[in-house]
Structure formats: structure tokens, C-alpha cells
Ligand binder design. Structure first.
Ligand code: HEM
Length: 199
């Protein structure tokens, strides 16, 4: 397990030299943002939504995990060769997934953010899966499931916003910003799965 001075969450090395350098340029990131429709307004809406979402981030991850747990073709990516769950691995990954809710809402889309998207992508592929936590699980989360699961992560956000007293218009703006941020992330996470000319 990687550790360093500034880490409170094991394996979470956002902004550190140990994170993969993204081969994607900031210029290309801006083009992708434009493609997904991401604007400064979206960044503002997510920063505002963080106050409601971040305190619920563990509940959000638990809900997504429960969905995965109910589908054996998904939960197997968290299981050892004998088919039993790798509980230590699941627990370690969960802490970083919980932290991701805060990051997607609050982190600026700068070079550190871009690098960590590359790192998250790599951690779903044979290049880095299992390495951070010494997991004993299959070496890849197939790209098709990464993409398809975005639907769950996107559509479920509304149920975590119900506790806020925002207007329908504001809730729609937050949902749209969240959708754009998730899709932008998945587009970047897909990079290590594709050959350079095809990404
Ligand atoms: C939109 C969909 C998804 C999101 C937002 C997401 C998010 C994340 C995040 C934030 C991490 C931790 C990254 C870090 O180390 O800092 C992670 C790791 C992981 N995710 Fe996903 N994920 C998605 C889809 C899936 C699916 C469908 C599966 C499999 C069923 C999956 C399995 C895993 C596994 C096994 C790890 C640990 C990888 C490792 O470091 O060994 N993910 N995911």
C-alpha cells in the first residue's frame, strides 16, 4: 500500500508525484469540456451542491456498492479467485471512492485533476488495478461496465439532493452539472483502455 506524508486516506495520492502524469493536454481537456457542455456555471453548481452531497458521500457510495453487490457480473471484480469478496480491498477502495464525491464537486479542472483522472482510469485496468491495496481480484474492470454504471451514478444523485430546500430549477442545474462532470470523468478514464489513435 502506498503511503506518504500528506495522506490521510491510504492510496489516495491526489496531487503527489506518485500519480500518473496524464498524456492528455489541458487544451484537449478544454475541448472535451466543451463537448460535454461543461461551463463555469456547472463548476459553481457543483461547489454549491457539495454542501448537501459531501456529508452524504458514504451513503452515496454504499448505495452504488449495493447495486454492484446485487449483480454478480459486477461484484466479481471485487472478489478473490475462490469467488469470496476481498473485504480488505473493498474497504480500502471505498475510502477513496467516498473522497471522490468531494473531489468531483470541489476540485478545479487543472493539471492535478487531469492527472488523477488518468490514475483512476489506470486503477480500473491491468496497469494498476489491485496495486494500490494489494488486492487479490481480477486485473480489470471491463470498460463497458465502467461506462454503463455511469447511468447509475448520474441518475441516483437526485435522491441525495432531496434534503436540500432548493427550487426545481436549481436541482435541475445541479443534476446537469453532475451528469457532465461524471461523463467527462468517464471519458478521461477510458483513455488507458484505448490505443492512442483510437481514444
Ligand atoms: C461511473 C462509474 C464508476 C465510478 C464513478 C467509479 C469510481 C471509482 C473511484 C473513485 C475509485 C477509486 C479511485 C482511487 O483509487 O482513488 C474506483 C476504484 C475501483 N472501482 Fe470504480 N467506478 C465506477 C465504475 C466501476 C464499476 C462498474 C466497477 C466494477 C463493478 C468498479 C470497480 C472498481 C474497483 C475494483 C476499484 C479499485 C481499483 C484498484 O485500485 O484496484 N468501478 N472507482
Amino acid at each position: 500500500m502506498k503511503q506518504n506524508r500528506t495522506q490521510a486516506i491510504p492510496g489516495y495520492d491526489y496531487g503527489e508525484a506518485t500519480v500518473a502524469a496524464s498524456p492528455v493536454t489541458i487544451e484537449e481537456l478544454r475541448r472535451l469540456e466543451e463537448t460535454v457542455g461543461w461551463t463555469e456555471d456547472d463548476a459553481r453548481w457543483l461547489r454549491a451542491a457539495a454542501e448537501t452531497l459531501v456529508p452524504q458521500s458514504e451513503r452515496m457510495v454504499d448505495a452504488w456498492r449495493a447495486k454492484i453487490g446485487r449483480q454478480p457480473h459486477l461484484s466479481r471484480w471485487f472478489a478473490k479467485a475462490d469467488g469470496t469478496p476481498d473485504d480488505a480491498y473493498k474497504a480500502a477502495v471505498k475510502c477513496r471512492f467516498v473522497r471522490w464525491v468531494s473531489d468531483i464537486c470541489l476540485r478545479p479542472h487543472d493539471q492535478d485533476w487531469l492527472n488523477y483522472q488518468e490514475e483512476i482510469g489506470l486503477r480500473h485496468t491491468p496497469a494498476k488495478k489491485n496495486q494500490t491495496d494489494g488486492g487479490q481480484t481480477p486485473s480489470v474492470v471491463p470498460l463497458r461496465y465502467l461506462i454503463a454504471f455511469a447511468s447509475v451514478v448520474i441518475t441516483s444523485v437526485r435522491s441525495f439532493l432531496d434534503s436540500s430546500d432548493r427550487s426545481e430549477e436549481e436541482l435541475k442545474a445541479i443534476e446537469t452539472a453532475w451528469m457532465r462532470a461524471v461523463l467527462l470523468s468517464i471519458a478521461l478514464w477510458a483513455r488507458p483502455y484505448a490505443s492512442e489513435e483510437l481514444w
